[in-house]
Design a binder for this molecule. Sequence first.
Ligand code: NAD
Length: 253
Amino acid sequence: MFEQQIDELAGLVQRARRAVVFTGAGISTECGIPDFRSPGGFWTRYKPIDYSEFLASADTRLEAWRRFLMIRETIARAEPGPSHRAVSRLMERGHVSHIITQNIDGLHQLSGIPADRIIEIHGNGTYAKCLSCGLRHEIDWVSETIAATGRAPACTACDGIVKSATISFGQSMPEQEMADARAATLNADLFISIGSSLQVFPAAGFPVLAKQNRTTLVILNREATGLDGLADLVIQADSGPVLDGVMAQLQPR
Ligand code: NAD
């Protein structure tokens, strides 16, 4: 059904030497991790907790941790899916330079991509950090502390607020990662967005930046996105079968 678009994407990828792959929650749904906005997704059940609300109330922090620990159980069981594996092979074969990901699930790392090629602009959910002194705390410790005290944990070194190392709504974006993502985007010879609704800014600014830099933009997503009008190629489909189709056509260089 998508043969023509798969052919077109395979041609673009074949020629690319420094493609950037930009990923959102949709690339991990085939691994059993729900996205946020699809029907039945997390946000259709829970309103997101803003950073300022997290800081303002101990009860809100406890609720935020309760939700985080629930999602974490699913993430901890997940393994890279067909799309993660295809992207990893594209990097191995020299077509892709960097992954910019909004995901916090660590599945690109698990697919074998070196950490220095993965730019996590919304942080990482596999550990926590003190917001005052920056000390790293393990999620298991957070979970045990909550079970023992019934309260959100405070930093063992400075008594500061402990939060998962992810970026919440209202929290500033990580400076180094944003700079790295910008540099990779400006250096890209192809920009492919996979599994993102492209509604969350500033993250969705990267495909816009790529296009402003006259880089070919491909959007591969199950449903229409806010930026389809900008793209050179839109493939409205599940990513796994499309990327498998692309891999099947790729010629060795
Ligand atoms: P989103 O939920 O807004 O959008 C996901 C998009 O993926 C949807 O438009 C959906 O139609 C599409 N999709 C779902 N399954 C797909 C598939 N198999 N193939 C192709 N498309 C598919 O997610 P977002 O744009 O990444 O933004 C939401 C925020 O949620 C991000 O900041 C991200 O950090 C966070 N998040 C992360 C995870 C994770 O780490 N796995 C999971 C949920 C949310």
